[in-house]
Design a protein around this ligand. Structure first.
Ligand code: FAD
Length: 655
């Protein structure tokens, strides 16, 4: 405890936070409103590219707070964390500092869809983010609430074109000017909290919503279309009141894999990692949900919630009679609390306790804080350019949950890119976009601005048509070089390391491609029977490596003069060699889709039972919209590129 206090003191004592009244009437390059995951990355990125930046947030102590689950990454989301890190963002390093249980999800599948994930210590995560932000040159942090935007009247030469020139602070503090403003108010914009039949204004439990002026400016003054979404969180339960003997133990990976490309190790030692536990709901849980519906206002609303992180009420109503998984996740190394993932709920607290106690492992559980729901305004993201600036409003950028997404990783990734572009605009540099072919961030932003959202958007690997090349292992090669050379948001140390890795990988692959032997020679050298069926032409080292059983270590031990010098990169070389043909195939598939856009889809196609691999969400969207052509299907929100490939193959075959 003492060590933790000393670390906290060390981190925060050098902090650069000021009082709001000290900075009014000052003009900044960039103002970032909100210190959540989007806001912190936006402020840090704007600062890294050289913009004088001000971060305004309601409470400095909640900078870097994890509002809901104490975890980071996962399938699709892990790719975003790696990309944020490759662009020198904070999230990956914070995860390495705060992680207490690291695992790679989807390991049975190929590395392209591996999902780096960690359970986090909440306090440590906040500590890390705050220590970074409060010690950053060119960044000032103040506590306060932004009441409204300063908007200049539309230019008569360019009707409808406004310019945002700063913010008005609440409480009569005054105004602060800036060339660019990034709004990242998360679940706080006109936020309302729900528990049982009680509704109260709030952005998160114990915190007030954003001032009404902000919603008013966005909607009435700037004429933006806003929508409403919802989400919820489970009760936090006391560890000592759980019977873990009735759960299934889930251990972390024995050797934790860091998120950050610049970390060789995680802060938590392998032997200090904490386990998670798995249990299941019972029919009694379903009974409590059904009995409590009339006193559960949140569930009675039509507002859309997160499809892939639904409340227990939604799960029970959608899939009656099913048993649902409940993961019991640690909240931190010294915390006495556990987060029951899968049990987000909004019924009255006494019924929450009754519901939990229907689960055998929780039969005597006690609750520290009850679950609740939140509803909030979001800005329909089709009103944004791909560089996250609002169309027709100069100087205004939006990032995070305000754009209709859900999740820390989605928020951080947008925040970083909005911060880069807000900074560039302020410094009179042209804005930049990320493409779908180079990053998951590009996929997400393109989905948001070109298709919009009808429910909270979260990242999946299936959303990325080029996912075999957008792998977690190669995010540095895809983004760090561009991040330094063109964007300017990457430090020279990180850049040098990425250049070294890139040079070694390409040298190793060239060496593998040019090293050839006949099949009998390979058989003799490697004692490997897997090539006995091979044709008699020469086989390269790269082709050998494409065999599952052949590792780079094997090649390096047999031909040390050529390959041993690259041993440091053995895993990455193996992945590159295995994926090269897949990446080329994927490119051809995408070209085929472009050519086949006008392919007619049979009007009587039964999407609900089509014998191809489509998610329930995609089937539902296709069934509702019944697109005439493949091109029309591609443009439907929620229909993934992978689904289009399956559809194309099916229709071509049955024609
Ligand atoms: P936030 O993290 O919400 O941060 C917003 C910040 O803006 C806050 O610091 C706030 O103080 C500040 N702010 C707001 N208004 C002003 C103002 N006017 N002036 C100054 N500062 C301001 N995600 C999931 O993936 N799965 C879930 O199940 C899930 N459940 C959730 C449940 C709840 C109850 C909540 C609150 C969130 C949940 N989330 C969930 C969402 C997750 O927390 C967000 O996706 C993520 O935190 C969004 O990051 P953000 O930076 O956009 O906003």
């Amino acid at each position: 405890q003492l060590r933790r206090l000393l670390v906290r003191h060390h981190f925060l004592s050098r902090g650069r936070s000021q009082r709001a009244s000290d900075v009014t009437h000052h003009k900044y390059d960039v103002i970032v409103v909100g210190g959540g995951h989007a806001g912190t990355e936006a402020a840090a990125a704007a600062t890294r590219i050289g913009a004088e930046t001000l971060l305004i947030t309601q409470k400095i102590e909640t900078i870097g707070a994890l509002s809901c689950n104490p975890s980071l990454g996962g399938v699709g989301k892990g790719q975003l964390v790696k990309e944020v890190d490759a662009l020198d963002g904070l999230m990956g390093r914070a995860g390495d500092y705060a992680g207490v249980h690291f695992s790679i999800l989807n390991r049975s599948k190929g590395p392209a869809v591996w999902g780096p994930r960690a359970q986090l210590d909440r306090v440590r995560y906040r500590e890390f983010i705050q220590s970074q932000l409060l010690n950053m040159p060119r960044l000032t942090v103040i506590e306060g609430s932004v009441e409204d935007l300063i908007v200049s009247a539309p230019d008569p030469e360019q009707p409808g074109k406004h310019r945002v020139t700063g913010v008005h602070m609440a409480g009569g503090v005054g105004e602060i000017l800036a060339s660019s403003v990034v709004i990242t108010t998360g679940t706080f914009l006109s936020g309302s909290l729900f528990m049982g039949q009680t509704t109260s204004p709030g952005g998160r439990m114990g915190e007030p919503p954003s001032c009404a002026g902000l919603s008013h400016s966005l909607r009435e003054v700037l004429g933006l279309k806003l929508g409403r979404l919802r989400t919820g969180t489970p009760p936090r339960i006391i560890k000592d009141t759980i019977d873990f003997s009735l759960t299934k133990l889930h251990l972390p990976d024995p050797r934790p894999t860091p998120f950050s490309f610049i970390n060789k190790h995680t802060h938590c030692k392998p032997e200090d990692q904490l386990p998670c536990h798995l249990t299941y709901t019972t029919p009694g849980v379903e009974d409590v949900v059904c009995e409590s519906l009339h006193v559960n206002s949140h569930i009675q609303q039509d507002t859309k919630g997160p499809r892939y992180c639904p409340s227990i009420e939604s799960r029970v109503l959608r899939f009656p009679g099913r048993q649902h998984q409940v993961w019991l996740e640690p909240e931190g190394l010294t915390s006495d609390l556990v987060y029951p993932q899968g049990l987000s709920m909004t019924m009255p607290p006494e019924l929450q306790l009754r519901l939990l106690r229907e689960i055998p492992a929780l039969h005597r559980v006690e609750i520290r804080t009850p679950g609740y729901g939140v509803q909030y305004d979001f800005v329909c993201p089709m009103q944004l350019f791909p560089w996250l600036q609002v169309k027709y409003v100069q100087g205004l950028f939006l990032a995070g949950q305000i754009n209709g997404t859900t999740g820390y990783e989605e928020a951080a990734a947008q925040g970083l890119w909005a911060g880069v572009n807000a900074g560039r605009t302020a410094l009179s540099l042209p804005p930049l976009s990320l493409s779908r072919t180079e990053s998951y961030i590009g996929v997400m932003i393109d989905d948001l601005v070109s298709r919009g959202v009808t429910e909270p958007y979260r990242m999946f690997t299936s959303r990325a048509e080029f996912r075999t090349s957008l792998r977690p292992d190669n995010a540095d090669l895809r983004l760090t070089l561009r991040g330094f050379e063109e964007v300017g948001c990457v430090s020279s140390e990180r850049y040098s390391e990425a250049v070294r890795v890139s040079r070694n990988l390409s040298e190793a692959l060239t060496a593998l491609q040019s090293f050839t032997l006949s099949a009998p020679r390979w058989r003799e050298k490697m004692q490997y029977t897997g090539i006995s069926e091979m044709k008699s032409t020469l086989i390269s080292g790269e082709e050998m490596l494409q065999h599952k059983e052949v590792s780079f270590e094997m090649l390096a031990s047999i031909f040390p003069d050529i390959f041993a010098q690259y041993m440091e990169f053995s895993q990455r070389i193996k992945i590159e060699a295995v994926y090269r043909p897949h990446c080329e195939n994927q490119k051809r598939e995408m070209e085929r889709i472009q050519v086949e856009e006008s392919l007619m889809l049979p009007p009587d196609l039964d999407y609900r039972s089509l014998p191809v691999s489509l998610s329930d969400e995609v089937r539902e969207v296709l069934d509702r919209a019944r697109p005439d052509t493949l091109g029309a299907a591609i443009r439907l929100p929620g229909v993934t590129p992978a689904a289009i490939v399956h559809l194309l193959n099916y229709v071509s075959k049955t024609k």
